[in-house]
Design a protein around this ligand. Structure first.
Ligand SMILES: NC(=O)c1ccc[n+]([C@@H]2O[C@H](COP(=O)([O-])OP(=O)(O)OC[C@H]3O[C@@H](n4cnc5c(N)ncnc54)[C@H](OP(=O)(O)O)[C@@H]3O)[C@@H](O)[C@H]2O)c1
Length: 476
């Protein structure tokens, strides 16, 4: 089946569009074999369509998009339109209609909102008041993360969106959900009976989720200083991984059933006591042998900023499967290296049959799911060391995705294709986003922020959160 789509990208000149969205769109249009397409870039500042086209070409070139793919993309219709007041949305709608008529497009409209979070509501209101909201074909609204800055703003944005769009037209993006390794989590859990049967409190001692970045604010200080790591990472990326690790199998593998199971997990998370959370901010330090400035000295960070760049939390899920199993979540900037991983620690055997002297606790089976980079997984198992006696050693059963996958599509490619085909499975439903905010709202105004050196793995005080063996966070 071929498809023709009108892409209206609000925020088409921003960092996300230039670095991710435009190159991914080019690849998706080729991969999904769209029969025709138009791209209308929208911003708040006046620019010519020629300037926009130059930006698109530069973005394709920087991302080293294949020439054939780029040419196919650029053969579509490209234009730019600025919006300011309500009337300019009407003008934009007329512009889009003219292009659809000229290009004989069926008016399947993908409205992508890659605008700063503070502009989301006004943009939706502008769209709602104009003819943009109703093309002759389908209309789908894609909203970037973070969705809201707290519970109240997320509820407000949902209300504003729902005043015009049905939930099945809304695609709230969390690009972690488009990553091949994150998509694999449900397959890994529910198709391997070895894991399916042991994925519960009777076999698992603790679960740890780490998303570590070695980058600092990466030229986006103005955005990050307003949002901070609880809003930027914990409320969305880490929480999405948590729900996929902890959810029950859905009755059927469709978007609605999966979303409902994820919401049930979030509803079962016990309110997080203040003592079970440690916030941090990086000071100066060194990463990869290079000296880097502390957060407060980064250009663009406000004087006396109380924005955390690190958060670690111990969480408990009060349901049948997970009662008593701590979930440790940790994320931060300027940590020793970039990695995202899930560590599942299994309970030890009840008695110690082998070496009965000394430390008789034995080892743990530890399953590590590496989400990025070096994607793959590893299971530590005990084996007898060769030779006399019964010395026990641990060896990893390891799989690297590099060995089994030629190349995985980028998360944005996967997600854009899903929007085009109308599959909401990898997106976040309105009640899910609100349930996540409910958990983290109490953390947003805290000012007890511990400094950690850049290049470390966060403040040492975060170690006290680990109440199970080995008593420290997984080395990264
Ligand atoms: N950058 C990333 O790596 C990244 C990653 C994940 C999620 N996101 C999310 O993506 C969104 C955009 O981030 P960004 O980094 O691309 O921001 P950015 O670099 O600041 O770009 C913002 C874009 O929005 C446009 N814009 C501002 N006000 C507007 C309005 N009222 N109507 C229409 N367009 C408007 C700007 O155009 P003008 O200059 O013309 O105003 C610009 O194109 C944010 O929600 C962010 O959280 C970004």
């Amino acid at each position: 089946m071929t498809k023709a789509v009108t892409f209206v990208i609000f925020g088409a000149t921003g960092h996300l569009s230039r670095t991710k969205l435009i190159p991914s769109l080019a690849k998706v249009i080729a991969r999904e074999d769209l029969s025709a397409h138009a791209v209308i870039g929208v911003g708040s500042r006046d620019r010519s369509s020629e300037d926009f086209m130059a930006l698109v070409k530069a973005s394709l070139s920087t991302a080293q998009v294949d020439t054939e793919v780029s040419e196919r993309f650029l053969s579509g219709s490209f234009s730019y339109h600025a919006v300011s007041d309500e009337r300019s949305y009407d003008d934009l709608a007329s512009h889009v209609e003219r292009i659809e008529a000229a290009e004989a497009l069926p008016a399947n409209r993908l409205l992508y909102l890659a605008v700063p979070p503070s502009k989301l509501d006004a943009t939706v209101v502008g769209i709602a008041a104009s003819g943009l909201k109703s093309g002759k074909g389908w209309t789908r609204l894609v909203v970037e993360k973070p969705f809201g800055t707290d519970l109240a703003s997320a509820v407000r944005s949902n209300d504003i969106i729902h005043a015009t769009f049905a939930e099945d037209q809304v695609y709230r993006i969390d690009h972690f959900l488009g990553k091949e390794t994150v998509r694999n989590l449900l397959v890994f859990r529910f198709t391997n009976s070895l894991f399916e049967q042991t994925w519960n409190r009777r076999h698992i001692e603790s679960v740890e989720i780490t998303v570590a970045e070695s980058l600092g604010v990466d030229g986006r200080a103005a955005y990050f200083d307003e949002s901070g790591t609880v809003r930027d990472m914990l409320q969305n990326h880490l929480t999405q991984i948590l729900t996929l690790i902890a959810m029950e199998p859905p009755a059927v593998m469709d978007a609605a059933s999966i979303h409902s199971e994820k919401v049930k997990v979030l509803s079962a998370v016990r309110p997080i006591p203040a003592d079970d959370v440690v916030l941090g901010r990086y000071g100066s330090g060194s990463i990869g042998g290079e000296s880097v400035a502390g957060y407060l000295d980064e250009p663009g960070v406000s004087d006396g900023s109380l924005t955390p760049t690190f958060v670690a939390a111990r969480m408990n899920i009060d349901n049948w499967r997970w009662h008593g199993v701590p979930f440790y979540l940790r994320t931060g900037k300027r940590m020793s290296r970039r990695t995202s991983l899930v560590t599942v620690r299994y309970l030890r055997p009840p008695i110690c049959l082998f070496h009965r002297e000394g430390d008789c606790r034995g080892h743990q089976n530890v399953l590590t799911l590496r989400l990025q980079p070096d994607e793959g997984f590893e299971l530590l198992i005990d084996v007898k060391q060769p030779g006399p006696g019964a010395m026990i050693g641990q060896i990893p059963l390891a799989v690297s995705y590099d060995d089994i996958l030629e190349s995985a599509p980028d998360a944005y490619e996967t997600l854009l294709a899903d929007v085009i085909w109308g599959d909401q499975t990898l997106f976040v439903r309105s009640d899910e986003v609100e349930a996540a905010w409910k958990l983290y709202d109490p953390l947003l105004d805290r000012s007890d922020i511990h400094t950690y050196p850049a290049g470390s793995n966060g403040p040492e005080s975060a170690d006290r959160l680990i109440v199970t063996e080995p008593g420290v966070w997984t080395a990264i």
